[in-house]
Design a protein. Structure first.
Length: 467
């Protein structure tokens, strides 16, 4: 009887395995299977793992089974010397078919595998399990090793590795590559093979979760942290950090109007000008335009300014006369000839500001508030020890500029105001006495962000993420 000649594996055949044409790759896979050589198994494994076409991958799987069956029947043993496998850029394969049979079978397309519930009586949503990124990588490496053991004929080891991969990362039960490999190794339909190898619901819960949800008390604490961070931000931008309106004065202060506080004196002065404007309108006085301009300038004066203004003043980026609105007030008098103040510049009244290193920390206040808001949202989603600790650190950093402002910076901010002249403010009034509501709102919000995590960790110890 004439002995059947075994086709050899040449370089052209290997090049065809990575051809851009699908039909060329199919013919190459079939020719490779016909060689019946053990060396061909590694090339078919590469095609099965990386080819983007599901039919080509299925042919490669069948080709591997075809060669293995031939080697088992012929009693061939030992691996022949192998050449490097053709290089193909790895890409996640689409859902493949789970059909089984001979390489040369002409089979109809099989439907994609349905979602797997494994041996779970009540399927657990994967989103409810704690599965780390490291666990996903380890599971994929196990599946790859399972293929290597399968190609070497050690199906028992391959089955053990697939089962272990499904325990480490249950999402592998929905991966088309893992399903197809399980079908080949176990020798049954892919979905049934996955169900046999997957852990039970109790095992999944013991290994990966379920993800713990915040208790009512923890959720309340997280809400309070978020509210505290928002308050700190609002206090910085919208409320006054420095407020001179409530400062007590004598004889109306520098405004020369009746009032026991600086704010009341300014309001009284505005009222007097409004009365004069009304009289000027009745008499059609030529001074009406001047009075209107002066009234507008008075209305533009403000005795309080926000945390942002205080920060810019402390860093010398803004002038206090500009912030208060005194520039416009002075501009009205400059327009009157004969007063001799046309060349008067407020810069001459303002001493130069010496910016200290700690002044730059005031910029941290809004930044810290924004970071605390982001942490608050994370805590609402699921509070962990690491998040509470980060929140504490952020809050402590946020307290530094506030303490500095209270003890020192407010005096530096107000020092140029001496150029406004005698406002009737008592010398006993210090810079800290001028601190307004906005500062206290910001301080209260930052204290909540700093102190509440301590209480939260004592009363409701948060869960630690599973590795």
């Amino acid at each position: 009887m004439q002995r059947e000649e075994t086709p050899m594996i040449d370089d052209q055949l290997l090049e065809n395995l990575v051809s851009d044409d699908v039909e060329t790759r199919k013919r190459a896979v079939m020719q490779l299977a016909k060689t019946k050589q053990r060396e061909a198994l590694q090339y078919l494994a590469e095609v099965f793992k990386e080819d983007e076409d599901p039919e080509v991958r299925d042919l490669a799987r069948k080709g591997g089974l075809f060669i293995k069956k031939h080697l088992e029947e012929s009693g061939a043993a030992g691996a022949s010397a192998s050449r490097p496998a053709p290089n193909r850029a790895a890409s996640p394969p689409p859902a493949s078919k789970n059909t089984r049979g001979s390489l040369l079978d002409d089979e109809d397309d099989a439907p994609s595998p349905a979602p797997v519930s494994s041996r779970i009586s009540t399927p657990i949503p994967l989103s409810d399990l704690n599965i780390s990124a490291d666990a996903e990588k380890r599971a994929k490496a196990m599946v790859k090793s399972a293929l290597d053991y399968h190609m070497r004929g050690d199906n028992e080891k391959a089955i053990q590795l697939i089962a272990k991969a499904l325990r480490v990362d249950p999402k592998q039960a929905h991966d088309s590559y893992t399903i197809s490999l399980a079908a080949t190794v176990v020798g049954i339909d892919g979905q049934e093979a996955i169900e046999r190898l997957s852990p039970s619901s109790d095992e999944l819960l013991a290994l990966h979760g379920p993800k713990s949800k915040n208790s009512t008390l923890t959720a309340f604490m997280a809400y309070m942290v978020l509210i505290g961070a928002v308050l700190a931000l609002v206090g910085y931008f919208l409320f006054p950090w420095i407020d001179m309106s409530s400062v007590p004065v004598e004889d109306g202060g520098g405004f020369g109007a009746e009032g026991d506080t600086l704010g009341a004196s300014l309001d009284a002065l505005k009222s007097e000008f409004n009365d004069q404007i009304a009289l000027a309108e009745e008499a059609n006085s030529p001074e009406l335009d001047f009075l209107n301009s002066l009234s507008n300038a008075l209305n533009g004066l403000k005795l309080s300014f926000s945390g942002l203004d205080a920060t810019l003043l402390s860093l010398g980026l803004r002038d206090i006369f500009e912030v208060i609105g005194f520039d416009k007030f002075l501009e009205v008098f400059r327009s009157i000839p004969g007063l001799g103040i046309e060349a008067l510049n407020t810069d001459e009244l303002t001493p130069p500001i010496e910016v200290k290193p700690l002044d730059y920390t005031l910029i941290l206040t809004p930044v810290i508030s924004v970071i605390a808001i982001l942490i608050g949202f994370l805590l609402l989603r699921r509070a962990t020890i690491a998040q509470w600790l980060i929140c504490i650190v952020v809050g402590l950093v946020g307290l530094v500029p506030l303490a500095y402002f209270y003890l020192s910076a407010v005096d530096q901010v107000m020092s140029p105001a001496e150029g406004l002249g005698d406002l009737g403010i008592s010398s006993a009034i210090t810079g800290s006495d001028l601190i307004g509501l906005g500062f206290w709102v910001t301080l209260a919000g930052t204290l909540v962000v700093t102190l509440l995590p301590f209480i939260a960790m004592i009363l409701t110890p948060p869960q630690v993420e599973n590795a």
